[in-house]
Design a protein around this ligand. Structure first.
Ligand code: NAD
Length: 436
């Protein structure tokens, strides 16, 4: 099939590349010329494990192309994917200007029937709005389909190639048939393509993300309580998660959820519910708890240093909002950095992939190290904000040598408490006893 993908961020580029992988002809469009030139030169603009192999192969086979020219991209396309940003607008609601703007541009260019698919996460009713844009701007028949994306950064290629499910919202038989053909290679193992109406499909994505955010937040509250009552959240997590109805995944407590999706999607669902006079109370609590959880480590540090971190130097391991990505949007580390700098502390950070993006955002407000051990030199303590694998089994001897004091504040519970006791580190993690 001939496909156009508008927007080449984490979702668009993975979608385009993975669709090319099964033999489709894909043209990806972006408005950022520098990004498009990079991709034309065979360079990936984002870090996503495993994407490079597919990217190189499909460019080489001429199935994956890049352009800034929308007209050229959509001319022959049967299906046009919109993988555009839907960031929170000034009022916190999803900003639909990218999606609706692109729809208008496409409408002014289409010459024959197209299926336009919204992959962006959008509020209920957006498909109707996109349809209205086409109706107003062209006489050509266009079907608008909702096809939310469930990929996770860090394992996006696998998620796209072998999705748990594909959700397609459409009432058009023609669009349904095309989408079924397109996705058939990805669901060979029997996972479903679930067809539904557009509104149900749009709400499925928000409900899924909000549920996951709620699950993490619930566990974060359990962890906070563990600290007060003297329980160990690791044990509670195992005890709770072995119930099939609950499941083991997504129960790890930490310093709050971040990223480009959960914060904005939870907020957008809460706010869009208000438009229907529905008070989605649980989501308000989730946002509230998450806000304070992001600063849990700072709270712990302030207790330890009796409210005064002025002039202290801290090593920070982890900047990305989660491991295996360079995405720092809404990363808890950024909140920790801001608070500590405001309190007069100095920070030297290390992250395997996220440093470039933080440097662009924060300039020289903090320093960056070449490796995880260099960050520790002369530091009063180590803070861990992202659970990268390389931090899980570090050289504790080197840590001890480089740190000024053997103090670790761990927002991701990477180390065994007994090990830290044996090694003689002061170790403060989430939902577990403070040791040494
Ligand atoms: P992103 O910011 O990484 O990428 C968006 C891209 O669109 C950018 O490259 C930008 O330059 C480009 N763009 C903006 N306006 C354009 C235009 N008019 N024409 C062409 N390109 C344009 O965003 P993302 O993380 O890929 O997310 C896209 C959507 O998918 C959002 O709605 C998001 O909520 C949703 N989503 C994201 C994830 C994720 O893990 N990142 C997962 C599922 C769903």
């Amino acid at each position: 099939m001939k496909i156009a993908v508008i927007g080449t961020g984490y979702v668009g580029l993975v979608t385009g590349t993975c669709l090319a992988e099964t033999g489709n002809d894909v043209i990806c469009v972006d408005i950022v010329e520098e990004k498009v030139n990079k991709m034309k030169n065979g360079e990936l603009p984002i870090y996503e494990p495993g994407l490079d192999v597919l990217f190189d192969r499909n460019i080489e086979q001429n199935r994956l192309k890049f352009t800034t020219n929308l007209a050229e991209a959509i001319e022959d396309a049967q299906i046009i994917f919109l993988a555009l940003p839907t960031p929170p607008g000034g009022d916190g609601r999803a900003d639909l200007s990218y999606v609706l703007g692109a729809a208008k541009d496409i409408a002014s260019l289409v010459k024959d029937y197209k299926v336009v698919v919204t992959k962006s996460t959008v509020p209920v009713g957006t498909a109707d709005k996109v349809k209205a844009v086409f109706k107003e701007n062209t006489l050509v028949e266009v079907d608008v389909v909702s096809n939310p994306e469930f990929l996770r950064e860090g394992v996006a290629v696998d998620d796209f190639m072998k999705p748990d499910r594909v959700v397609v919202g459409t009432r058009s038989e023609n669009a349904k048939k095309l989408m079924e053909e397109l996705y058939a290679p990805y669901v060979r193992s029997g996972n479903p393509i679930i067809f539904m109406d557009e509104r149900s499909s749009e709400l499925t994505k928000y409900a899924a993300n909000s549920f996951l955010a709620t699950k993490i937040t619930f566990m974060n509250e359990v962890a906070n309580l563990c600290e007060l009552v003297g329980a160990d959240v690791d044990m509670v997590r195992k005890g709770v998660g072995s119930d099939d109805r609950i499941g083991k995944r997504f129960l790890f407590p930490g310093i709050g959820y971040g990223g480009s999706c959960f914060p904005k999607d939870v907020q957008a669902l809460a706010l869009s519910s208000e438009e229907y006079n529905y008070d989605f109370r649980i989501l308000k609590a989730v946002m509230d708890v998450n806000q304070s959880q992001k600063l849990k480590i700072v709270e712990k540090m302030m207790n330890y240093y009796k409210g005064d971190v002025k002039g202290k130097k801290f090593a920070l391991w982890g900047l990305a909002f989660k491991p295996e990505t360079d995405d720092i949007r809404e990363a808890p580390a950024l909140y920790i950095i801001d608070e500590l700098i405001k309190a007069g502390a100095e920070i030297v950070a290390y992250d395997p992939e996220g440093m470039e993006n933080v440097r662009k955002l924060k300039g020289d407000a903090l320093a960056f190290a070449d490796n995880q051990y260099q960050a520790l030199e002369g530091a009063d303590a180590l803070i861990i904000a992202t659970e990268w694998q390389v931090f899980r089994n570090p050289d504790f001897k080197q840590m001890e040598e480089k740190l000024k004091a053997k103090v670790v504040f761990d927002g991701r519970n990477l180390y065994d408490l007994h090990r830290m006791i044996d090694l003689g580190f002061y170790y403060n993690s989430i939902g577990r006893a403070e040791v040494n």
